[in-house]
Design a protein around this ligand. Sequence first.
Ligand code: DHB
Length: 396
Amino acid sequence: MTEADRTRVAIVGAGPAGLLLSHLLAASGIDSVVLDQRSREEIENTIRAGILEQGTVDLLVSSSASSRVLTDGTRHDGIELRFAGEGHRIDFPGLVGRSVWLYPQHEVLRDLVAARLAAGQDLRFGASVERVEDADSDRPRVVGTDADGQPFEIDADFVVGADGSRSVVRPTVTGASTGGYFREYPFAWFGILCEAPPSSEELIYSNSENGFALISQRSPTVQRMYFQCDPEADPDALDEQRIWAELQSRVPGTTLREGTIFQRDVLRFRSFVAHRLRRGRVALIGDAAHTVPPTGAKGMNLAVADVVLLHEALTALLLENDDRPLDTFADVALRRIWKAQHFSWWMTSMLHVAPDASDFDRLRQLGELRSVVESEAGRTYLAEAYTGWPFETRLA
Ligand code: DHB
């Protein structure tokens, strides 16, 4: 017999979405249990994107989830779009009065884990959730096995699936393990971390005849760069010289500052939106609900926007017995999700060279890039989407 624990909100997944939700709920006086099958080290060392929208940063700071973002992160007031050998700056504050911050996701995770543990959060690493039961009742339940191999059950008022793209909670909500709108792309990113000074102060998104490259940064001594590759590419197959040659050929006009490559990975591109985000008292947020291709760095920011909405819906439900915000949660969330899906797809398709691209496709793409950079309206749309739309919590 397993003894059932009891909590108000059982959160599956200790990524940015799950941890931030537990943090905001605690500030509202609502207790939660956060479960993750990974270890703390694994969670804190997963390499992900580095760009935070202005609204994400404001929330991390105002909720005391992270103050380091302001001291250890770097504000970026623009990006460069490069094509046909020329760079074009998109000036964020000048266009939309907002900026973004370069602060890697694993740093956000370190801050969140530290803040939650310091506050006495029930945060269980190594806990595998097997299923969610009674989603349609007022007492849904999470069933799994803990780090010592012991079975557990947690009875809750609400269950949240914040457990990433391979979510085990998703089938409960959508009725199937995939259960969503899905698109795959015929390319991926070859990503590296290297020990070198920055090659550029701002990010460069570069479209070239040889394919796309992104020059990003991590610190004065560590840089992050990506170049478009085949989704089946083996990250260990290329030697360092070849990697630098590939990168350099895609950013004509900039001489990259090379250094030892100490981490490499291949990131596949997918777009996904679950058919349903909520069933009864179970909801999906973050990558469990949607995945975007990485161009434009919307993934974690979109997860944060879900959290803001679900936090509001859960405080209304659990503190005021008002289920109206929960009833509109999915519709409100989906409006931003599809805008971000569009933006991520658009940045991706505008900047990458598809393997079967014809001369027409290439020339049309240059026309599209020119339409953006040569028009204030075009630059403004890009800046608005990149720095992040305001958080909305209601249907207009
Ligand atoms: C980074 C990743 C992105 O997908 C992006 O659009 C910008 C920056 C990064 O890892 O630094």
